[in-house]
Ligand binder design. Sequence first.
Ligand code: PMP
Length: 404
Amino acid sequence: MSKRVNQQPLVYFDNGATTQKPQSVIDAQSDFYCSSNANVHRATHQLASVATTKFEQARVQVQKFINATQTKEIIWTKGCTEGINLVAQSWGKSHLNPKDVIVLSYAEHHANIVPWQIIAEQTGAEIKVLPLSSQGIISKEVLTHIISERTKIVCVNHVSNVIGKVNPIESVITRAKEVGAKTLIDGAQAIANIIVDVQALDCDFYVFSAHKMYGPTGIGVLYGKEEILNAMPPYQSGGEMINKVSFSGTSFQSLPYKFEAGTPNIAGVIAFAKAIEFISQYQLNDRHEYKQELLEYAFKRLQTIPSIEFIVEGKPDIPLFSFTLKYHYQDVASYLDLSGVAARVGGHCAMPLFEYIGIKGCIRLSLAPYNTYDEIDFVVDKLTALVSKTDEIIQRNNVNENDN
Ligand code: PMP
């Protein structure tokens, strides 16, 4: 990357927060505004027809990308957060009753906690939380105990944004089915890193955001099984989502439009299609292997930093590393920033996880296929120098104090 930050070449290790965008995505977004900007679905003029075709083609691409059975199961949202809110408010409000149970895990992002807390408050449902193993993934042993006949929905991440490991969601889904509960999988961190097949998983809902998979911000997907989406009331209402409006009564569009009120993020959807092309290419070729090699290399090199402590045992499944050093993570972040390194530190929108682990926060480095071995070496050397130099200064001060 040619960009410089603090007079240093940028090392972008914050891909878990959002990825950088390939030129094809940037071009698709600006081309749309330059040459085919029009609203979708409404008008019969040529420009609107082109925009609508591209917009709906993108839906087909997403459908194929996650192997959904039909395009009507692909609902455009603003992102993961909106997808979860949609399910919580629409499915939750119409299905949850007092004493029903919503099951989450301790490793959820706030986006997969707070919407459930709000709907639990509104309906009288209760929230139960799945504990984690020392490896930081959902413990399979407790599934039968926590997911019980009272459970109505289980909402867990495929890969946590702090732990970076694939959860045993197949076992979670199997157990949920045994008790007739629905499942929602938060795929925010998984979607750019592992192949997702919603039919094979047989989950009821799967949510993700385009911006974490090389696409634009402000656009994402809620996948839902057709019969479940059909039985859900609209989430938001207005134009686009209606069939007929009159003061004697209004009827709604069929799927997926029933859940897409108002003018959508058309440019975002069209550019997202380019991100899917980009990601589909590298998931099937040697770029994917390269990413795995980067993961192995980074894990090995990071372990050489004095005082490093990974927040859970074992190697992550995606190139995302969370650890502490003996300095406050905020100080480490400022030091890295001065060296041109973009890292994320703090509670990572997962406060309950940090409470569960018993620490306040951590440093997270998350990599993508455009990162390099040299960048890993650079960051490891910087962190090693930080720890070693500070140790040296402390030792020198101790000697001076003793001399006095
Ligand atoms: N879940 C997880 C695991 C995430 O990492 C994130 C984003 N950090 C979200 C949900 C929310 O995604 P968005 O902000 O794109 O809606």
